[in-house]
Design a protein around this ligand. Structure first.
Ligand code: PEP
Length: 248
C-alpha cells in the first residue's frame, strides 16, 4: 500500500501574514499522519518561517524549483541544498509554469531532479499535456516522452514522486474525467514499472489540476492516484484540509 501525499503549491503567493494558514494546517497534520503525508511548498522567501510554524508536526515543507547546481554565479536562483537548509524536504521541478514561462525542457528538469535527489530531498517531477495535445489524441505520448526525458536514472520510490498535471486543468476549474485520469495514471505506472524495476510500482503518482474539496474524493479514489498536487486550493487551511479529508 503506497501512502498518499497531498502537497500544496503556493506558487508566487503569500507573505508573512499568510503564515497562519500554514500553522493551521500544521496543527491538523498529526491527526492525518497515519493515512496521508502532507506538504506545503511556499515561496522560498517564506520557507524558513513556514518550517518553524510546522516544526514538531507531521507537515512537511517543499521548494517550488531549484537550480541544478549546488552553488555559484547564478543570480536570483536557489539550490536544492539552500532549500534544504531553509527547511524543505522536497522540491517541485518541471512544473508546467516553469516549462512555459522559463522555457525549461526535459533535460534541464532531469538535471534539477538529480540535484534534488543529491541533496537528499524528494523530487516532485511534474508532467502533463496541453489542451491541443489532448484534443489531438497525443496526451499519453506527450506525457510518456516527458517522463523519459525528465526522470533521472536510479530514482526510487523514496526519492521521487511524479505529478501528472494536465496544463489545461491548472487554475482553470476544469478537470479530466475520472476515466481519463485512470487511463493516464495507468500509462504512467506502466512506464515507471518498466523504467525503474522494483521501484516504479511503488512510486507515488499525484494528480494535479483544479483539485478542490468538492472533487478530491472522486479524483483520489482513482486507481494509481496516490495523492494530489494542489495550487489555488492550498492557499487556505480550510480548502487544503478539505482535500486531505478525502483520505478519512
Ligand atoms: C498547480 O499549479 O500545481 C495546480 C495544480 O494548480 P491548481 O490546483 O490551482 O489548478
Amino acid at each position: 500500500m503506497v501512502k498518499p501525499l497531498v502537497a500544496g503549491n503556493w506558487k508566487m503567493n503569500g507573505t508573512a501574514e499568510n503564515l497562519g494558514e500554514i500553522a493551521a494546517i500544521a496543527e491538523a497534520a498529526d491527526g492525518h499522519a497515519d493515512v496521508v503525508d502532507m506538504m506545503i511548498c511556499p515561496p522560498a522567501t517564506l520557507l524558513r518561517n513556514a518550517s518553524y510554524s510546522a516544526s514538531g508536526t507531521a507537515l512537511k515543507m517543499g521548494g517550488q524549483d531549484c537550480h541544478p547546481e549546488v552553488s555559484g554565479a547564478h543570480t536570483g536562483d536557489v539550490s536544492a541544498k539552500m532549500l534544504a537548509d531553509a527547511g524543505a524536504s522536497a522540491v517541485i521541478v518541471g512544473h508546467s509554469e516553469r516549462r512555459a514561462d522559463h522555457g525549461e525542457g526535459d533535460e534541464l528538469v532531469r538535471a534539477k531532479a538529480k540535484a534534488v535527489i543529491a541533496a537528499n530531498l524528494l523530487a516532485i517531477v511534474c508532467v502533463g499535456e496541453t489542451l491541443e495535445e489532448r484534443e489531438s489524441g497525443q496526451a499519453v505520448e506527450r506525457v510518456t516522452s516527458q517522463l523519459k526525458g525528465s526522470l533521472p536514472e536510479g530514482a526510487t520510490a523514496s526519492n521521487l514522486v511524479v505529478a501528472y498535471e494536465p496544463v489545461w486543468a491548472i487554475g482553470t476549474g476544469k478537470t479530466p474525467t475520472a476515466d481519463d485520469v485512470a487511463a493516464m495514471h495507468l500509462a504512467i505506472r506502466e512506464h515507471l514499472s518498466s523504467a525503474f524495476p522494483g521501484e516504479g510500482s511503488q512510486m507515488r503518482i499525484l494528480y494535479g489540476g483544479s483539485v478542490k474539496p468538492s472533487n478530491a474524493a472522486e479524483l483520489m479514489a482513482v486507481d494509481n492516484v496516490n495523492g494530489a498536487l494542489v495550487g489555488g486550493a492550498s492557499l487556505t487551511s480550510a480548502d487544503f484540509l478539505g482535500i486531505v479529508a478525502a483520505y478519512e
